[in-house]
Design a protein around this ligand. Sequence first.
Ligand code: UDP
Ligand code: MG
Length: 141
Amino acid sequence: MERTFAMIKPDAVRKNVIGEILAMMTQAGFKILGVKMIRITKEQASAFYAVHKERPFYGELVDFMSSGPSVVIALEKDNAVADYRTLIGATDPAEAAEGTIRKRFASSKGENAAHGSDSVENGKIETAFFFSEAEIAANAR
Ligand code: UDP
Ligand code: MG
């Protein structure tokens, strides 16, 4: 079994589609090991997306990610990282495949409804950002 880290971003929470997105995850075979709604601070968003700090969209991304509540989720499945990236679809919803989370719910390349880790290693780092070992261990069985 592999794990990955997911977020339902503030635009999708505002659209009131948390339930639809969680259902897409479970229907695709993911087990939810952890889920909570939190208001990400500017400091957390800056650190979480630090890899993009030289990119022109970084400031806007940090503002967006701290603009309202998000849902942070720890997922488990065989091939979880790649399969969840497939489920969310391309970063730009104009390029996202039919039936993906971003095709259904993203508004733009920036406000794109969902996050998914891009590697197993980053999945561990990103999960640890928002969940303690104990929280995940209590739900993994
Ligand atoms: N982003 C943006 N403009 C861009 C590229 C990315 O606003 O031109 C935002 C978008 O919210 C994206 C996030 O920055 O999800 C991280 O970018 P990345 O290229 O890692 O895309 P992802 O891995 O989320 O598909
Ligand atoms: Mg990325």
